[in-house]
Design a protein around this ligand. Structure first.
Ligand SMILES: C[S@@+](CC[C@H](N)C(=O)[O-])C[C@H]1O[C@@H](n2cnc3c(N)ncnc32)[C@H](O)[C@@H]1O
Length: 327
């Protein structure tokens, strides 16, 4: 099939065409650091508005669906291409509803990828029901290509020592695998069917890539992955088969200023950890165990004792907890 010339803007590439063909043509093996994508849901033509409670005004027409009967083969084809272009250690995030989760998991398992997390995105816009529970989550499947170092920026959003009364460690809360993220309200603005909230994509991009990395979305739609990636100063490659959606949305995406969202990010309070990475001496380990035992005898809780030990020994929480485990 003929494919029109892509749109290039700075370090970004936008391709109007089928993603499998486009990725084959424009992306080489191992060139991508992170794939974040939200494939069509295979839900009976234009009925997404009834499945998920949404206002369809200002939705750009042209959304291309995949028949349910073709979903398994379709998923295997694009997941294989995503796996090919990922660098060893690179990660793939797939947002999926429940309807074809089985086929997507099958495709992921058939590819040379390993599972990292199964995240549940809890959204507040399910359709009201009276004789059953309300559907209010999507699945976010986090997989990676083995053979290299996976990027995971542990303190990307909250420092390990940041706490709040009642919620405990903010870092821990932010890294739990259930994410409650609301809808973005865009009154009067063009949107894609199923446009994901920027907050969801920025969270993924912040934790699992670095500035300058190449982020790819095989199913561009309204371009929320592009907004997150370019806004956070990553390079970007996106693919969209619908001419109408591509024409309506890509001009604004191509005009995004790299890094324009960086200033809006929350700054994590990252305490210096002077001894991070330094091997433990036997003497230091003994002192750690003695001090811990003393704190516990003094009536301190486990968490409080570990926090004090982190300060005293200039080590991170995970390093201290690991050393305290009986071996
Ligand atoms: C679920 S939407 C993506 C929404 C996007 N994440 C956003 O936030 O706007 C899926 C998109 O994939 C497009 N699409 C369907 N089949 C495709 C294919 N084979 N290659 C590329 N894009 C495709 C659809 O037209 C639709 O815009």
């Amino acid at each position: 099939m003929a494919m029109v010339d892509p749109v290039r803007s700075g370090e970004s590439l936008f391709v109007n065409g089928d993603c499998v063909e486009g990725v084959r043509r424009f992306l080489s093996d191992g060139s991508v650091d992170l794939v974040v994508t939200d494939p069509p849901y295979g839900i009976d033509g234009g009925r997404l508005d009834r499945h998920y409670n949404r206002d369809e005004s200002h939705v750009v027409d042209g959304y291309v669906e995949v028949p349910g009967t073709e979903y398994a083969a379709f998923s295997r084809a694009w997941v294989a291409e995503a796996a090919r272009v990922l660098r060893p250690g690179g990660a793939l995030f797939v947002v999926s509803g429940y309807t074809h989760l089985y086929e997507i998991l099958g495709a992921l398992r058939a590819a040379p990828l390993v599972e990292v997390n199964h995240i549940v995105w809890k959204y507040p816009f399910g359709v009201w029901t009276s004789r059953k529970f309300v559907s209010s989550h999507y699945h976010v499947l986090y997989w990676a290509k083995p053979g290299g170092t996976r990027t995971f920026n542990l303190e990307a959003r909250y420092g390990l020592a940041e706490r709040s009364a009642g919620a405990g460690s903010l870092n821990y809360r932010d890294r739990e695998d259930v994410w409650a993220i609301g809808r973005e309200y865009k009154p009067g603005r063009a949107k894609n069917r199923n446009e994901l909230p920027l907050a969801l994509l920025e969270k993924i991009v912040q934790y699992t890539s670095n500035e300058g990395d190449l982020v790819c979305d095989l199913f561009l739609g309204g371009g929320s992955t592009a907004r997150a990636a370019i806004g956070l100063n990553r390079r970007f490659a996106g693919f969209e088969v619908s001419d109408a959606i591509f024409a309506a949305r890509v001009p604004e995406l191509a005009a995004l200023v790299p890094g324009e969202r960086l200033a809006a990010l929350r700054c994590p309070v990252v305490a210096p950890v002077p001894n991070r990475g330094r091997p433990w001496t036997a003497e230091e380990e003994r002192a750690l165990h003695d001090a811990y035992a003393q704190y516990r005898r003094d009536g301190l809780g486990k968490g409080e004792a570990v926090a004090l030990l982190c300060d005293e020994f200039g080590r991170g929480r995970f390093a201290v907890e690991k050393r305290l485990k009986p071996r």
